[in-house]
Design a binder for this molecule. Structure first.
Ligand code: NAD
Ligand code: AHE
Ligand code: ZN
Length: 369
């Protein structure tokens, strides 16, 4: 079939809207009509050529929601008409990682996914006879995509696509980093670095679990109001304080934070986040994705004296199990999504979404098909 897609033909070039060819679903695969997709900073990072796994040409996008159109042979858990959220972290429930119960990082199809291919080692997308890579196993910047069954979460049919698509990455990543990875307890104090589409969801997760002091740190003053809107109690712009940001935050949190979260992808900020933790027990969670080749550093003494460095991918969520529950949280008013979706655009305007993000003017832009 033909479908409309925004194709990344080259790094650092705008996406081009073209009609691509899409092969139907093979064994264990599902054809999905994407109804809406968010634009996450990770899409921009890959488009900017910063991802060591970045491939071109490809169809980016990993924060979508849509409807099952057709299922391939062997598919048992989905049928045409089901509403789904694509999962860049699948949940096969059979691999060593899934069975360990220690991680959400399912390994069933990770190798081919990282090569921009379906599990059988081929692509379903092509343009003028040339194969186009899939992205993060999702490629939601296309009106239709093919996904493995294990990478689709079935969700309730009354949830609005243009809101719950955000659960496909940003909401789950932010809230899940608090509830799954850090397991923040009521009364804890926390510092969140970077108040964008991820950081604000960390803040709403912290509020939800009953954190006490919630400090937001951002170099963009406009983010202060946004943070307060979702539960931030204190705002710090590192450019506007006298002296060292770490010392400032340690003082503000009465000796250091119980939990800190990096939602910037900047390795200098990651170090600040670790060092702003309380001696003896503070935990720092890295969520931000750093450019290819970047490395983190700190004095080992920081760890010897009890600070803990952790990372979190997709908020530690097991997608097929947890995503439908997070959709329920949204539908029941336990978490908010609507105010964070600052821009709704047609596919033809998708490059504007990247510009808005780079200028710090959006929280989340969503493309509706
Ligand atoms: P965003 O662009 O919406 O927000 C980033 C925020 O960080 C902005 O408000 C910006 O002003 C702020 N910032 C930039 N430099 C800063 C600095 N030096 N100090 C303080 N604040 C600073 O991006 P996003 O969509 O929220 O994504 C944030 C990061 O999380 C990205 O690196 C993205 O790739 C990553 N991410 C990771 C996962 C995961 O599973 N681990 C999932 C989604 C996104
Ligand atoms: N491909 C990059 C790393 C990119 C990365 O860390 N991705 C996160 C999700 S970001 C979503 O917006 C992730 O889940 N990583 C786990 C995984 O298995 O990819 C690189 O450095 O090679
Ligand atoms: Zn993302």
């Amino acid at each position: 079939m033909k479908t409309r897609a925004a194709v990344a033909f080259e790094a650092k070039k705008p996406l081009e809207i073209v009609e691509v060819d899409l092969e139907g679903p093979k064994f264990g695969e599902v054809l999905v009509e994407i109804k809406a997709t968010g634009i996450c900073h990770t899409d921009a990072y890959t488009l900017d050529g910063l991802d060591s796994e970045g491939l071109f040409p490809s169809i980016l996008g990993h924060e979508g929601a849509g409807v099952v159109v057709e299922v391939g042979p062997g598919v048992v858990s989905l049928k045409p008409g089901d509403h789904v959220i694509p999962l860049y972290t699948p949940e096969c429930r059979q691999c060593k990682s899934c069975l360990s119960r220690k991680t959400n990082l399912c390994t069933a199809i990770r190798a081919t996914q990282g090569k921009g291919l379906m599990p059988d080692g081929t692509s379903r997308f092509s343009y003028k006879g040339q194969a186009i890579h899939h992205y993060m196993g999702c490629s939601t910047f296309a009106n239709h995509t093919v996904m493995p069954e294990i990478a689709l979460a079935k969700i309730r049919t009354d949830a609005p696509f243009d809101k719950v698509c955000y659960i496909g990455c940003g909401v789950t990543t932010g809230v899940g980093a608090v509830t799954n990875t850090a397991q923040v307890e009521p009364g804890a104090n926390a510092v969140v670095f970077g108040l964008g589409g991820i950081g604000l969801n960390v803040i709403q997760g912290l509020k939800m679990v009953g954190a006490d002091k919630i400090v937001g740190v951002d170099i963009n003053d406009d983010k202060a109001e946004w943070g307060k809107r979702f539960g931030m109690t204190h705002f710090v712009n590192p450019k506007k304080i006298d002296g060292d940001i770490v010392a400032h935050l340690v003082e503000l949190t009465g000796g250091g934070a119980d939990y800190t979260f990096d939602c910037t992808g900047n390795v200098e900020v990651m170090r600040q986040a670790l060092e702003a933790c309380h001696r003896g027990w503070g935990e720092s969670i890295i969520i931000g994705v750093a450019p290819s080749g970047a490395e983190i550093k700190t004095r080992p003494f920081q760890l010897v004296t009890g600070r803990v460095w952790k990372g979190s991918a997709f908020g530690g969520a097991r997608g097929r199990t947890d995503v439908p529950k997070i959709v329920d949280w949204y539908m029941d008013g336990k978490i908010e999504i609507d105010p964070m979706i600052t821009h709704i655009l047609p596919l033809e305007k998708i490059n504007d979404a990247f510009d808005l993000m780079h200028r710090g003017e959006s929280i989340r832009s969503v493309v509706v098909f």
